[in-house]
Design a protein around this ligand. Structure first.
Ligand code: AMP
Ligand code: FE
Ligand code: FE
Ligand code: ZN
Length: 285
């Protein structure tokens, strides 16, 4: 049992992954994992299907989510939440605000793109499943369809990158407030890919310390977007502040090169998450 491996960061078609939640669970089983967390952006809509698939395959499922946040200086932060109450009204209000803002923002980006590319809002919508949390990956897929770029990664390194003239930011809750909201909903907040410099600007240590002060539980140290030399710093920081560290893939199906199970978390940390999380239960298949 002590060698069990869990991938605690994956996405389905409820956000910007390319596989339905049940398929993500099956992919985890095929990869030989003992369990996974489903962590779609700003939604828990995939939990029920993932739970059914976990029961079918005998895998362990940690119901989770990746919450969009924006620090005061405009820097984007992603906060993973495990085992929060999916019906918590305060949390739901913020998720609704982010999801609405994402929709308006994706329409604005599409309007800007339509001046230079044969892209329409309908085409973007066709690349997202109904009620999915909309993001740049869906716009990227539409750009692939019209032949403007070969794949999502190419879209993100050119047309859709942060500094592009087509880029529009969107409202999201402050990360310190998000930590409080997740805790208040019985969830376990973990800072996702805290040193992912390739994705854009990262927040300073002042924000990290404020998040810790507000109740942050862990740091996602082992993630391909954290430069290797910084993973050590993250582990040391976690030890210094009494936080745990996780390792995860951030699997998006065919939408990203990240392979399910490429980084994993062990049973001791899983037990700690289960111990701290009081808003939802782990599903044991
Ligand atoms: P958004 O939240 O709409 O600004 O889009 C950011 C999302 O795009 C993140 O959640 C990532 O999963 C995804 N993303 C970022 N960079 C890439 C990339 N190079 N290839 C594919 N997806 C990416
Ligand atoms: Fe994503
Ligand atoms: Fe993320
Ligand atoms: Zn993610």
């Amino acid at each position: 049992m002590s060698t069990a491996r869990y991938d605690l960061h994956t996405h389905s078609t409820e956000s910007d992954g390319t596989e339905p939640a049940a398929d993500v669970v099956h992919a985890a089983a095929l990869a030989g994992l003992d369990g996974l967390a489903l962590t779609d952006h700003d939604t828990t809509a995939g939990w029920a299907a993932a739970a059914d698939a976990a029961r079918e395959t005998g895998l362990l499922l940690v119901p989770g989510m990746e919450m969009s946040c924006m620090a005061a200086d405009g820097t984007s932060v992603h906060l993973l939440s495990y085992l929060h109450d999916p019906a918590d009204p305060s949390l739901l209000a913020e998720l609704g605000a982010s999801r609405d803002a994402r929709l308006t923002r994706a329409q604005s980006m599409t309007d800007r793109l339509a001046e230079d590319f044969p892209i329409t809002w309908d085409l973007v919508r066709e690349h997202a499943s109904e009620n999915a949390t909309i993001g740049r990956p869906h716009i990227a897929d539409a750009l692939v369809t019209i032949g403007a770029v070969p794949d999502r990664s190419a879209a993100f390194s050119s047309i859709l990158r942060g500094g592009s003239k087509y880029y529009v930011p969107h409202y999201a809750v402050d990360p310190v407030e998000a930590v409080r909201l997740v805790r208040a909903a019985g969830g376990v907040p973990v800072f996702a890919h805290p040193r992912a410099r390739l994705r854009g600007r990262i927040v300073g240590d002042d924000v990290l310390e404020a998040m810790i002060e507000a109740g942050l539980a862990g740091l996602e140290a082992d993630h391909r977007d954290n430069p290797e030399q910084e993973r050590t710093w993250l582990r040391e920081t976690a030890t210094r502040h009494g936080l745990f560290v996780t390792g995860s893939s951030d699997y998006h199906g065919a939408g990203k090169p990240n392979l399910i199970g490429e980084f994993t978390t062990g049973p001791e940390v899983l037990a700690e998450i289960e111990h701290q999380g009081t808003g939802a239960a782990v599903v044991r298949g």
